[in-house]
Design a protein around this ligand. Structure first.
Ligand code: MTE
Length: 356
């Protein structure tokens, strides 16, 4: 077994903070990712919080500030369960770096995304119990892990607009795939914001604060933004995920015998949409053929796809693209052109194969 209970063959981008993604073939194997295969992205050391001493504080613009133990959360609120795909904003950055350089950022492959069955209380129920004020336009989530990469170093804190926080699908999860959350995934409690970048699904949650403005913490105000440019002083705060797809098998660089080749991958549409179509090209994007698409296991879960290709001998590049239920295709944003950090990038995935 590898670090943090992960499988031995994880692609480890960093040991401390721990950043790791599963190999494509392992990720492709199941619609719900086993916990030992689930990617992990951390900005600081993993805090070890004793569940018995841990408390969640709910404060800010609320009528009744709360301090809740894990037992309080389990006993006072209905439990909800959902199969959710979490995806890091940096997922598939490596496909973008094939197009142009993205200095200083982790070159994640297609595995900075995984799917689990999460169980917990609805954040909306907890906020209703606290009496969230109408003027609370944002809800901030804080955790005790201090990131040395933040400027200045500070505990992890981000926020979501309160209309997102109050939607019934946002969970305060204590369980993942039928077991208590492991330390590396946020024990004893994490936020799960389906369909939004993983950065908003705060692990090791200790504070929920209702506010008039977004969090001014580094990971909200500086990181996870498309940075301001001369003609755009605001930049873009990332939240809802854009449409994305990837090839998982065969892996990039694979050498294959002649004959039919099964190509598999996934597509993910993001909040409120499903994937409508995935297509694959082997001739640089001139001709495309449709792949078979699996139904999603939940409203914010990925959809796996597969197709069988008869590839000519020699070097072949397999590319994929997707459409979602709103009719949007890829690339649906100009991320390749002006997104210097390579966030939520939807460059077409490209896998090079050699057929003998
Ligand atoms: N929460 C805390 N407290 N600290 C973190 O570094 N990383 C975020 C998010 N929540 C992070 C966090 C990011 S960027 C992602 S993509 C997801 O957690 C990763 O969740 P996982 O490690 O459970 O896969």
């Amino acid at each position: 077994m590898g670090m943090w209970g992960k499988r031995d063959d994880m692609v480890v981008h960093g040991r401390e903070p721990f950043d790791a993604e599963p190999p494509g073939a392992a990720l492709a194997r199941a619609a719900v990712t086993p916990t030992d295969t689930f990617y992990s992205r951390n900005h600081g050391p993993v805090p070890r919080l004793a569940p018995a001493d841990w408390r969640l504080t709910v404060d800010g613009l609320v009528a009744r500030p709360l301090t809740l133990s894990l037992d309080d959360l389990r006993s006072r609120f209905d439990a909800a369960e959902a199969t959710v795909t979490l995806q890091c904003a940096g997922n598939r950055r490596a496909d973008l770096t094939a197009v142009r350089a993205v200095p200083g950022e982790t070159p994640w492959g297609p595995g900075a995304l995984s799917t689990a069955r999460f169980r917990g209380a609805r954040l909306a129920d907890v906020l209703a119990h606290a009496g969230i004020a109408p003027e609370a336009a944002h809800v901030a989530f804080q955790a005790p892990d201090v990131s040395p990469s933040a400027r200045p170093p500070q505990p992890y804190e981000v926020s979501v607009p309160s209309d997102r926080a109050l939607a019934p699908d946002v969970l305060l999860a204590w369980a993942m795939n039928g077991a208590p959350l492991p330390a590396v995934h946020g024990a004893p409690l994490r936020v799960v914001v389906p369909g939004w970048i993983g950065a908003r699904s705060v692990k090791w949650l200790t504070h929920v604060t209702a506010r008039t403005t977004p969090s001014d913490g580094y990971f909200q105000a500086v990181a996870y933004r498309l940075p301001p440019t001369g003609d755009d002083p605001e930049g873009v705060t990332l939240g809802p995920l854009p449409l994305n797809c990837a090839v998982l098998t065969p892996s990039d660089g694979a050498v294959l015998p002649r004959g039919p080749v099964e190509v598999t991958g996934y597509a993910l549409a993001g909040e409120g949409r499903t994937v409508a179509r995935v297509e694959v090209s082997t001739d640089g994007g001139r001709a495309w053929s449709r792949a078979a698409l699996e139904a999603p296991a939940g409203p914010a879960a990925w959809q796996r796809w597969r197709t069988t290709l008869d590839l000519p001998p020699g070097d072949v590049r397999v590319m994929a693209r997707a459409w979602d239920s709103s009719g949007a295709g890829m690339p649906e944003s100009p991320a390749q052109v002006w997104n210097p950090k390579g966030y939520v990038n939807n460059a077409w995935p490209r896998v090079r194969l050699r057929v003998r």
